[in-house]
Ligand binder design. Structure first.
Ligand SMILES: [Zn+2]
Length: 275
């Protein structure tokens, strides 16, 4: 699954690179993966897509939507562009080739969707079991402070940790364990901090950090721990990540720590993110 800043970076690159290209071949489910989700039978994808021109791309609910005339691909996996003549990856879950010899491939990371359906027929194209979140994303105006407060009401989330509140249950579109680390560092909140113990000011800080950190990450083409459509790292330099663990915190100088927590690593500064 890709997180929100990378979705924006990918959609922008897909739009610039692929718009106008005509699809000449499609291979879906080449390397079967237990958590790869398709619309109906992936063997039908070539019939749905071959001969269509890519007409645009944008982000919808954290997924990248690639429009190809009346058909749409809705993707939440990392994607890679392959120039004409360039070697294709040995393993992939979706490969789309174009008439000019270029291609893109999708490879599932943990889990991911590669839906394909006719625009206007979302209910047929998106399996109910993975029905897509229609909540606003933090980069949209509807995601404002009153909305954020409603996510925490009516106190049902008081017992959750900050990480569980922000990055589980798809409560917040596109906010996963990756982007979480810098958001909590910016807000000076420990990932294990219990939500019910946050002061009003801390809760407001958390909201502000969700908005500003994700905006920064998206504006800089995603994080430096992730790869874009061309295999290049994003321009946003992560503060709390596998790249910085063991380094001094840039705010207080304490050593950045890594721990396993809730099915993923957390990175935090014991100096400015106290429990
Ligand atoms: Zn610190």
């Amino acid at each position: 699954m890709i997180e929100l800043p990378e979705s924006y970076a990918l959609a922008e690159q897909v739009k610039k690179t692929l718009t106008g290209k005509r699809i000449s071949n499609v291979v879906a489910n080449h390397s079967p993966h237990g958590f790869a989700w398709f619309s109906g039978d992936p063997a039908d994808y070539p019939a749905k897509l071959v001969g269509k021109n890519v007409t645009g791309a944008h982000v919808w609910s954290g997924n990248v939507r690639i429009e190809a005339e009346e058909m749409r691909l809705q993707i939440s996996t990392p994607m890679r562009y392959h120039a004409p003549g360039e070697k294709r990856p040995a393993k992939h879950q979706l490969l789309i080739q174009f008439e000019d010899g270029s291609a893109i491939s999708c490879t599932v990371q943990m889990w991911g969707c590669m839906f394909c359906y006719e625009v206007g027929h979302e209910s047929e194209g998106i399996p109910i079991a993975c029905s897509t979140n229609t909540n606003p994303s933090p980069l949209e105006d509807e995601f404002d402070f009153p909305y954020f407060c409603r996510l925490a009401e009516p106190g049902g989330t008081n017992a959750l940790s900050a990480k569980a509140f922000l990055a589980t249950e798809q409560r917040i579109v596109g906010l996963g364990n990756g982007v979480l680390q810098d958001i909590l560092w910016t807000a000076k909140i420990h990932p294990k901090r219990v939500m019910g113990t946050l002061s009003d000011a801390e809760f407001r800080c958390m909201f502000d950090a969700v908005k500003t950190v994700l905006r920064d990450m998206a504006a800089q083409g995603g994080r430096d721990t992730e790869r874009d459509l061309f295999g290049m790292p994003g321009g946003y330099r992560t503060v709390m990540s596998r790249k910085t663990v063991g380094n001094p915190c840039p705010r207080c100088g304490e050593t950045i720590r890594k721990e396993a927590y809730l099915g993923g690593s957390i990175y935090y500064c014991p100096g400015c993110q106290g429990l």
